[in-house]
Design a protein around this ligand. Structure first.
Ligand SMILES: Cc1cc2nc3c(=O)[nH]c(=O)nc-3n(C[C@H](O)[C@H](O)[C@H](O)COP(=O)(O)OP(=O)(O)OC[C@H]3O[C@@H](n4cnc5c(N)ncnc54)[C@H](O)[C@@H]3O)c2cc1C
Length: 460
């Protein structure tokens, strides 16, 4: 074992907050180390956002090619080379991973420590940790250890070779029929991807609707569009048991009191995420953790122990790359700035189905439950000129406005490029501007953004 290393800051986990924070603190003159037990970039780069959006792009290209006749094109056959689709995604993520690594090769500060980190105690006013085989002392510690797939209680699950977020990219064979356990955004995005590649897809979820925190009119429209492509939904149903046989996997499904079986080739577990906090030695230093593994923080991202901070998915709340990255900005402000930036923020997100669902703020249901008097604006994308020119008319824009202040409380943009269009509302909300700012601005013609403006104009 080498001598004990001493740092001002040890960052545990090379996720979306940890890496930029390490560089920033080092640039400010602090002695910084970052411990990573696997690959820099964490979930987003290595199996989440980057490769999923890359394969979704392949799926979209295949979908468009199959409907070539709509555009006056004759494309007799469209063949999917599934391993090549995965290779393309892998090469994109490898570029990002390599570039993150290069960032640590330029200097000795911040220092990259390879290995699993855990607290072992305190020493002389510092926290003591073990990183792999090394002992480290740090004045302050930032935890950014991310999540892993939550394994639901399903009999036989540990005996089958299930797919999940962290391993789908390593399976070069196109599944014949994927049964998703869970109907959240990962299941919908990956389900539509496999379907467009040629697989059959069944999504099983105990909730009565997909994405059940969203407004029912929005998700029903999305569900109908996915069903039109051949995805099958078993909602209000639970997979209770899975069993592997010679011809694939059988999922035993319970719907109320009724039970039946679905035969597929694979199951894909997408029933939620679990924080990587159980093996950090948190009890040694007294950090409070909820039963579900979430580390509680205040709006400065401070944990219950002074000097220990938590960022990204492990602090609960919206689990996205951009929120984790914004946690970096919060921590930069708290650790090396004026402390003014906190987690009070407008957080948008997107579901990368086709059409995409771009979302920000309250749903209509949440706004009404909060006691607000609301006005609802809507616009079906089939009435938008650009959408018709692109033959991408699926979806609808919905905006929820406070009838007293005229400020936007939330929006759902189900449209081609909905993840981009929703930013019109994000900016409006951050500026606390009335919706008339969007209504009265000039939008370029023809654009999908005109559809967003039309939804706002419909409030009149
Ligand atoms: C399939 C999928 C698709 C997704 N798509 C999107 C999307 O399109 N857009 C979006 O915004 N979000 C998406 N997400 C969510 C997004 O990936 C996460 O919210 C984001 O990566 C933030 O993670 P993080 O910074 O908290 O930690 P992570 O990025 O998960 O990084 C944590 C790191 O800590 C390391 N680590 C853990 N424990 C230790 C330890 N004890 N010692 C050392 N290292 C440790 C891990 O190896 C990992 O590298 C997706 C997630 C999945 C699973």
């Amino acid at each position: 074992m080498t001598a004990v290393q001493t740092y001002d800051f040890l960052i545990v986990g090379g996720g979306q907050a940890g890496i930029p924070l390490a560089h920033d603190l080092a640039k400010a003159g602090h002695r910084v180390a970052l411990a990573e037990r696997r690959n820099l970039g964490g979930s987003c780069v290595n199996f989440g956002c980057t490769p999923t959006k890359a394969v979704i792009a392949s799926a979209h290209a295949a979908f468009q090619a199959r409907r070539g006749a709509v555009f006056g094109l004759r494309i007799p056959t469209v063949e999917v080379d599934f391993p090549a689709v995965l290779d393309r995604a892998r090469s994109i993520l490898m570029q990002s991973r390599a570039s993150l690594r290069r960032g640590f090769e330029k200097s000795d500060n911040p220092r990259l420590l390879a290995g699993h980190a855990r607290f072992t105690g305190r020493q002389g006013g510092r926290f003591r940790l073990r990183v792999g085989e090394e002992s480290v002392l740090a004045r302050q510690v930032v935890l950014n250890t991310g999540t892993r797939t939550l394994l639901p209680r399903v009999e036989g699950l540990d005996e089958v070779d299930y797919l999940e977020a962290a391993n789908w990219l390593d399976r070069p064979q196109l599944p014949e029929h994927v049964i998703f356990i869970g109907g959240g955004y990962i299941a919908l995005e990956m389900g539509q991807f496999y379907r467009r590649m040629g697989s059959r897809v069944t999504v099983v979820d105990p909730a009565s609707a997909i994405l059940d925190r969203e407004d029912s009119d929005v998700v029903l429209l999305l569900q109908r569009l996915l069903e039109a492509e051949g995805l099958q939904f078993r909602l209000g149903s639970r997979v209770t048991r899975v069993a592997a046989g010679r011809r694939g996997i059988t999922a035993f499904v319970k719907t109320g009191r009724h039970g039946d079986a679905i035969r597929g080739s694979h199951v894909f577990v997408a029933a939620g995420r679990r924080p990587n906090t159980g093996d950090l030695g948190l009890k040694r230093v007294g950090v409070q953790v909820r039963r579900d593994g979430i580390i509680e923080t205040d709006e400065r991202l401070a944990t219950s122990v002074p000097g220990i901070w938590a960022a990204g998915d492990i602090r609960g709340g919206p689990m996205f790359t951009h929120t984790s990255w914004d946690d970096f900005r919060v921590l930069r402000s708290q650790l090396n700035g004026d402390g003014s930036r906190t987690t009070r923020r407008v957080v948008p997100y997107a579901v990368y189905t086709d059409p995409e669902l771009g979302r920000v703020g309250a749903t209509e249901m949440e706004a009404r439950d909060s006691g607000a008097t609301v006005k609802i604006g809507r616009f079906p994308m089939r009435n938008n000129a650009k959408a018709r020119e692109l033959s991408e008319t699926n979806g609808s824009v919905k905006v929820v406005v406070d009838a007293e202040t005229d400020q936007v409380l939330g929006a759902a943009v189900l449209s081609a490029h909905g993840s981009e269009l929703v930013h019109l509302f994000v900016t409006l909300m951050n500026a606390k501007a009335p919706y008339s700012v969007l209504r009265d601005s000039i939008h370029i013609h023809p654009t999908l953004a005109e559809g967003v403006q039309s939804a706002v104009a419909s409030l009149e």
